[in-house]
Design a protein around this ligand. Structure first.
Ligand code: FE2
Length: 190
């Protein structure tokens, strides 16, 4: 059975960017619910006993949605640390400069994608099949490994990610999001 992965830090460690109460719901309730749901849904299907990535690539409907949401949330939470921020290092830093001109230009473009995504979903930085960096807007449970891309960075823009801290001010959440990124975890994904 799938289990809820551990957070990389304490529930109150990311405040004030993401408060303890938000994590209690977002991690403790929402992320947990996707795990509970998937464990129930796969019983008696071809996906019983399959790895998470296999399910994401092969399933659709509720099984895909819950599997992808487990993957996406784990990927999102693992990207954080208290007093994070700064910039990527190594090959990812060079690739961002090549693809977007500069880190600041990338940051602006990614933030815009996250802010303008209509409804619930995820902004992603991915390495596509040609090895090029790309920013993508994915609605709902959209997950880049479904179509063969390598995920590098994601921002959850479902309202449950920010509403307790920022209410309707999604752009303020996105602005603060950069201050808790752990580039030591994110950079090697490239
Ligand atoms: Fe979420």
């Amino acid at each position: 059975a799938f289990e809820l992965p551990k957070l990389p830090c304490a529930l109150d460690a990311l405040a004030p960017v993401i408060d303890k109460q938000t994590l209690e719901f977002h991690y403790g309730k929402h992320h947990q619910a996707y795990v509970t749901n998937l464990n129930k849904l796969v019983v008696g299907t071809q996906f019983e006993g399959a790895a998470l990535e296999e399910i994401i690539k092969g399933a659709d409907g509720g099984i895909f949605n819950n599997a992808a949401q487990i993957y996406n949330h784990t990927f999102y939470f693992e990207s954080f640390k208290p007093n994070g921020g700064g910039q990527p290092t190594g090959p990812l830093a060079d690739a961002i400069a090549d693809a977007f001109g500069s880190f600041d230009a990338f940051k602006e473009e990614f933030s815009k994608a996250a802010a303008t995504l209509f409804g619930s979903g995820w902004a992603w930085l991915v390495k596509n099949k040609d090895g090029k960096l790309e920013i993508r807007q994915e609605p709902n449970a959209g997950c880049p490994i479904k179509y063969g891309c390598t995920p590098i960075l994601t921002c959850d823009v479902w309202e449950h990610a920010y509403y307790l801290d920022y209410q309707n001010r999604r752009p303020d959440y996105i602005k603060s999001f950069w201050d808790i990124l752990n580039w030591d975890v994110i950079s090697p994904r490239y």
